[in-house]
Design a protein around this ligand. Structure first.
Ligand SMILES: CC(=O)SCCNC(=O)CCNC(=O)[C@H](O)C(C)(C)COP(=O)(O)OP(=O)(O)OC[C@H]1O[C@@H](n2cnc3c(N)ncnc32)[C@H](O)[C@@H]1OP(=O)(O)O
Ligand SMILES: O=C([O-])CC(=O)C(=O)O
Length: 375
């Protein structure tokens, strides 16, 4: 009998674990593509809703398709009253990712996915409702305000910023949020997406897949890195201090959040895009500290370790300049990545086999049971 193949390396790195037509990550000469389109071109020319539609339906929408899709998302923005009541009971010191996880899960009790034929509708509902889940809880628990969960903002990015700040965003802030949502939307078999696919492979429902994926995204080695990066950047009052601090962290062998990547080896193509926008926002804010500190850390990491900023690093300062509280950074990632997760769930369901790898056993030899009174 053929022996089971022993996989080299930890973390399944480099192993092909399935097929996807959604994106390519780090292919020579391609950077990051969504259904064949370079993410940098999408970030420059498209709206987040066009990209969400592309991922979920396979092609970019026409004018009419986009208008219909945006209209549908707008009609699904409000939250059911029982969900608002649950959000009001969540303590203010809860991490907002736990709120997103609970919100997604609770919505699934009110509006369950009863058949896979409802998968597109459930995805649209989750996507449309996430900004309200996050902002209703945040504004109620932090400011004592029960916000309206709808707005007249046409775009997803504008709606999200409106709910958060209670006013229409500037054109610049709306554009940067839109770009950010595009950059975060999809990334092949990253940890949270793989979690969603494993869950989908048991033929579970969409809410379970998304809830599980939120749990995976929360950790600081994945989506949580943008928050951890901000905490680190804010520790330094000048670029000189940042260089000294980064060298000290490297000396202690600390992980520097927002740097390195499991797949990219020289650069993350999303970084140049968000870095450019972070710089524009820094100029607008008249910033003389955060952006120069970020650049000093960036330069030191490259000089010392040849490690480059990933998508998360300059997102930290970009979000900060838009007046977004640090603990809301990873929940924004959820608002975007739910599109990629759902598209992967569709793909998994369309050609499913339960995902069930093997383990190399490294425990004790088989042995006889010892009764309790003889142990
Ligand atoms: C949107 C996203 O999720 S992007 C990722 C966000 N996560 C982060 O920013 C967290 C910080 N980065 C990391 O922890 C890692 O780079 C990961 C988790 C992203 C990738 O992990 P891996 O694939 O295991 O990294 P990789 O094998 O390339 O690491 C190679 C070496 O570089 C080191 N290294 C990698 N990233 C960092 C870092 N950010 N800071 C310090 N050292 C690092 C590793 O410790 C390892 O050193 P060693 O060989 O002495 O053990
Ligand atoms: O691909 C990964 O491992 C992590 C990542 O950058 C993402 O999910 O956007």
């Amino acid at each position: 009998m053929a022996e089971a193949k022993v996989l080299s390396g930890a973390g399944l790195r480099g192993q092909v674990a399935g097929q996807t037509a959604l994106s390519t990550v780090g292919m020579p000469g391609a950077g990051l593509t969504y259904r064949g389109y370079d993410v940098r071109e999408l970030a420059e020319h498209a709206l987040f809703e066009e990209v969400a539609y592309l991922l979920l339906h396979g092609e970019l929408p026409t004018h009419d398709e986009l208008a219909a899709y945006q209209g549908k998302l707008r009609s699904l923005r409000d939250l059911p009253q029982p969900l608002k009541e649950v959000l009001e009971r969540i303590p203010s010191n809860t991490h907002p990712m736990d709120v997103m996880r609970t919100g997604a899960s609770f919505l699934g009790t009110l509006e369950p996915e009863r058949t896979f034929g409802q998968q597109e509708h459930v995805t649209d509902r989750l996507l449309a409702a996430f900004p309200a889940i996050m902002c209703y809880w945040y504004r109620y628990s932090h400011h004592g305000v029960r916000i309206a969960c709808t707005s007249d903002e046409d775009t997803f990015a504008g709606h999200f910023l409106y709910l958060l700040h209670g006013k229409s965003p500037s054109e610049l802030h709306s554009k940067v949020m839109d770009v950010s949502l595009i950059l975060y939307a999809e990334h092949e078999f990253n940890a949270s997406t793989f979690t969603a696919r494993v869950c989908a492979s048991t033929l579970s429902d969409m809410y379970s897949c998304v809830t599980a994926a939120i749990g995976s995204l929360r950790g600081p080695l994945h989506g949580g890195a943008n928050e951890a990066a901000m905490a680190m950047i804010q520790k330094f009052a000048s670029p000189e201090e940042a260089v000294r601090g980064t060298l000290a962290m490297l000396e202690r062998k600390d992980k520097i959040m927002g740097f390195g990547h499991a797949v990219y080896k020289d650069n993350d193509p999303r970084n140049e895009v968000i870095k450019g926008w972070a710089r524009k926002l820094a100029d607008e804010a008249g910033d003389k500290v955060l952006y120069p500190v970020s650049e000093a850390i960036d330069k030191t990491m490259w000089e010392q370790k040849k490690l480059f900023p990933n998508a998360d690093f300059y997102h930290a300062s970009a979000y900060h300049f838009m007046g977004i509280a640090t603990e809301l950074f990873t929940p924004i990632f959820v608002c975007s990545r739910v599109t990629g997760w759902a598209a992967h769930v569709f793909e998994q369901r369309a050609n499913n086999r339960i995902i069930r790898p093997s383990a190399e056993y490294v425990g004790v030899e088989q042995r006889a049971f010892v009764p309790l009174d003889r142990r």
